[in-house]
Write a protein that binds this ligand. Structure first.
Ligand code: PGA
Length: 250
């Protein structure tokens, strides 16, 4: 059985003070939840404070990006070693906003995934098609390329820990969600591509999340689909009560 993950991507929101108040309120609202892995991904500046507040709770903390090198002359970057040492357990990699605005490529994302595993960080690897690509009927081709290039050359022992998030770019922050069936279809396709690369047994262990305008009123339907193992939530993770409702999707 794959344990569901509900992860909040706070993007470039929340000062340290507001991050502390959000995560403190959230911790109180979900302290009894045992059957869902809860992850919050604040901006770098708030990581330390959020890790402090969540110590001893059922909330894990992730970063939203990182460099693949351990250290070096890379102005403005943060390394996996730094994230691990401060107490992060997850890292979002290859988010569509990183691909779109910061030129991230599948090759760089592949380096980052390998490096995350080297530092025992669990990567949440994002893939997904643009609106135009969906309209042109090339969603599966696009996602196949992202998965094949992104997940190339991983150790088989790493695969079961891997988390993938399918986020159709046209559904992010737009209020439009993929239908449950469309999300299920692409997510089961992703599992198939992983099984071609690493075998069915390992592919069956990977958690694959859906992301893109997930809200309390659409999470339950999404979670009923066979291959959807959770959600990566942007906007709706910025408010404790709303995010807590998503975590309690049942
Ligand atoms: P959204 O963002 O929930 O605001 O659509 C999701 C994401 O970008 O991970």
């Amino acid at each position: 059985m794959r344990k569901p993950i509900i992860a909040g991507n706070w993007k470039m929101y929340k000062t340290v003070e507001r991050a502390i108040s959000l995560v403190s309120e959230l911790a109180g609202l979900v302290s009894d939840v045992r059957d869902v892995e809860i992850v919050v991904c604040p901006p770098f500046t708030a990581l330390d404070a959020v890790i402090d507040v969540t110590a001893g709770t059922n909330i894990a903390v992730g970063a939203q990006n990182m460099h693949w090198e351990t250290e070096g002359a890379f102005t403005g970057e943060v390394s996996p070693m730094m994230l691990k040492q401060m107490g992060c357990s997850y890292v979002i990699l290859g988010h569509s906003e990183r691909r779109q605005y910061f030129g991230e490529t599948d090759e760089n994302i592949n380096r980052k995934i390998k490096s995350a595993f080297r530092y025992q960080l669990i990567p949440i690897v994002c893939v997904g098609e643009l609106l135009e690509q969906r309209e042109n009927g090339v969603t599966e081709q696009v996602v196949r390329t992202q998965i094949e290039a992104g997940l190339k050359g991983l150790e088989t022992s790493e695969i079961p820990k891997l988390v993938v998030a399918y986020e159709p770019v046209w559904a992010i922050g737009t209020g439009k969600t993929a239908s449950n069936e469309d999300a299920q279809q692409v997510i089961s396709f992703i599992r198939k591509v992983v099984s071609e690369m690493y075998g069915q047994e390992l592919a069956d262990q990977i958690r694959i999340l859906y992301g893109g305008s997930v809200k309390p009123d659409n999470i339950t339907g999404l979670m009923q689909e066979k291959d959807i193992d959770g959600a990566l939530v942007g906007g709706a993770s910025l408010e404790a009560e709303t995010f807590a409702k998503i975590i309690r999707f049942k």
